[in-house]
Design a protein around this ligand. Structure first.
Ligand SMILES: [Zn+2]
Length: 549
């Protein structure tokens, strides 16, 4: 790379960046990026993030280009402390599509190292001995200025080496995105193409966040099978164990003070209050256990939005429920909602795909109806020892589904509650959502199979508030101005370190063709990257020691 030319380019494109610091040469940037990448690997080896992979098999379609024709789902913990290993959260044999990240799945043997590997460029030897780097261009990814380099493995680097582009942010030279594949596919190692993104989760910390993959004509070496699919892998829950270790003492102190305050003021609880406290204890224990497993969001901005919707229903129906109703978000993709005591839980996949606030209100009202009708959650988990089990068993352990009789009663009650609510004249979209769900149910069984709660669809039969479909308009899947369900990932963004969930506001975009509707579908990733720290000078102080050139 010509040094003079690079400085000139940066002067033209990034005049605002003219600060006292000497502009780095491309070679310096690469050296520091390699050092940062290996520092990240060391950090990742101390964490066990949650990894979720959702795959949609595709077939060609005249109206939509492609449509999903099947799907697969995996969720578990990834452990990088000794190479790469994973623990599945899915109960063994619970469904036919249990996906092992590291061994055979589908009918093609093409993912021995799996989707989780795509969080790393090269977990073994990312250095100048094994790779050549060529500067390509500068590019903004959101608010983050990056330098783009082509990376190619040198001769003898071995199978599984990265080949593609990397994006290096220019503040601390962390790699924030890489896009390409691993080289050296063979009959036992068939590597996929992927676009892997990271997000800033603290000073100088860029964590693997989402990986998009797609293949349209992937064949195995015997030419026996062809795969056509898209897949999204998400990582979060990095801070889980660290948060617990660091946070225990603080929360203990607060709780102790809290208890003392109450004991001074209040008389002994009545029998009913004792029962409620016991129920709440079991409820809180389940929620805390789900939080420890990285399955439920920490309270964030999203909870307040959801609380507001529930409050709208309660106020207009004169419901005074004690203890108060809370809403939390399950961080997983399969569509479901359920209650734990007086806590309503809705999955991120459901939240993302609901078309509007009234449709969200309809989902939450069904759960509120369970609470208003006094449908109880088992208080078995008020005994602490019952929370002592491996994360791998969590989905098998917490059965939170309702009986058919409770479901029917809640559906009926919910329609009544909605009739008094501010959403009563806006429920057409909710009915359309259910129609769309029924329409896709046979093609997306993994998306529709709940992890904890009740099925929304059985066969093509909508099990949840089917009455809403009667008053809804006819579903017209090729009309671009009728949006029954949104693509996955439309509404929320999780902080992968803290598990806080925030709402994201999308710009409304007029659709050109039905192929852009993508109801319930995975879409490519294009993140608007930002620095979490708003004080650049503080970040600059954490700049790593530059390796000698
Ligand atoms: Zn229900």
């Amino acid at each position: 790379m010509n040094r003079t030319k690079l400085v000139f380019l940066s002067g033209i494109l990034f005049a605002a960046a003219a600060h006292a610091q000497q502009p780095a040469t491309a070679s310096d940037v690469v050296d520091r990026a390699i050092a940062r990448e290996n520092a990240l690997l060391a950090v990742l080896q101390t964490t066990t993030p949650v990894a979720e992979t959702y795959i949609q098999d595709l077939v060609p379609d005249n109206d939509f280009g492609t449509v999903p024709a099947g799907d697969r789902y995996f969720i578990g913990r990834v452990d990088l402390s000794h190479g790469l290993s994973q623990t599945s959260y899915l109960p063994k044999g619970s469904n036919g599509s249990r996906l092992d990240l590291f061994s055979r799945f589908f009918t093609i043997r093409y993912l021995p190292k799996g989707f989780a590997q795509m969080m790393l460029i090269d977990g073994v030897h990312f250095d100048r001995q094994h790779y050549d780097f060529a500067f390509q261009r500068r590019e903004f990814l959101g608010d983050v200025r990056t330098m783009v380099f082509a990376v190619s493995p040198r001769k003898g680097s071995g199978a599984g080496s990265f080949d593609g582009n990397i994006w290096i942010e220019d503040r601390n030279d962390n790699i924030v995105r890489f896009n390409g594949t691993y080289t050296g596919s063979s009959s036992s190692n068939l590597f996929l193409h992927f676009d892997s993104w990271r997000v800033n989760a603290g000073p100088d910390l860029w964590l693997p966040f989402e990986v998009y993959s797609q293949e349209s004509h992937l064949t195995d070496f015997m030419k026996m099978h062809t795969a056509h699919f898209k897949a999204l892998t998400k990582f979060w829950g990095y801070g889980g164990s660290a948060e617990r270790e660091g946070g225990d003492f603080t929360s203990l102190t607060i709780q102790t003070e809290d208890v003392q305050d109450h004991s001074q003021q209040a008389a002994d609880p009545s029998p009913v209050e004792s029962l409620r406290a016991w129920q709440r204890l079991s409820e809180d224990n389940i929620l805390e256990r789900l939080e420890q497993a990285g399955l439920i969001s920490k309270t964030g901005g999203m909870d307040k939005v959801l609380d507001t919707v529930v409050n709208n229903i309660e106020v207009t129906n004169d419901l005074n429920i004690a203890p108060e109703v809370r809403v939390r978000v399950l961080l997983t993709t399969p569509l479901e909602s359920f209650t734990i005591g007086h806590t309503i839980v809705i999955s991120r996949g459901m939240l993302d795909t609901l078309p509007d606030e009234a449709a969200l209100a309809a989902v939450l009202t069904h759960e509120l109806a369970h609470i208003a009708l006094g449908h109880a959650t088992s208080t078995d988990f008020a005994f602490s020892d019952r929370l002592h089990f491996d994360d791998a068993r969590i989905i098998a352990r917490f059965r939170l589904a309702r009986t058919p009789a409770e479901e029917d009663a809640a559906n009926e009650k919910a329609i009544q509650l909605l009739g008094n609510s501010p959403y009563k004249d806006k429920l057409g979209q909710a009915g359309l959502y259910l129609q769309a769900l029924s329409n896709e149910s046979s093609r997306l069984p993994s998306l529709i199979r709940p992890l904890f709660g009740d099925r929304l669809v059985d066969g093509h039969n909508i099990m949840r508030m089917a009455a809403l479909m009667e008053t809804a308009p006819q579903l017209q899947i090729t009309r671009v101005d009728q949006i029954a369900a949104l693509p996955l990932g439309s509404r929320s963004r999780v902080d992968p370190w803290t598990d806080d969930l925030e709402m994201i506001v999308m710009r409304p975009v007029a659709l050109v063709s039905p192929s852009e509707k993508m109801p319930f579908e995975i879409t490519p990733i294009y993140l608007h990257l930002t620095y979490q720290d708003s004080h650049p000078s503080q970040v600059a102080q954490t700049r790593p020691v530059e390796p000698g050139n």
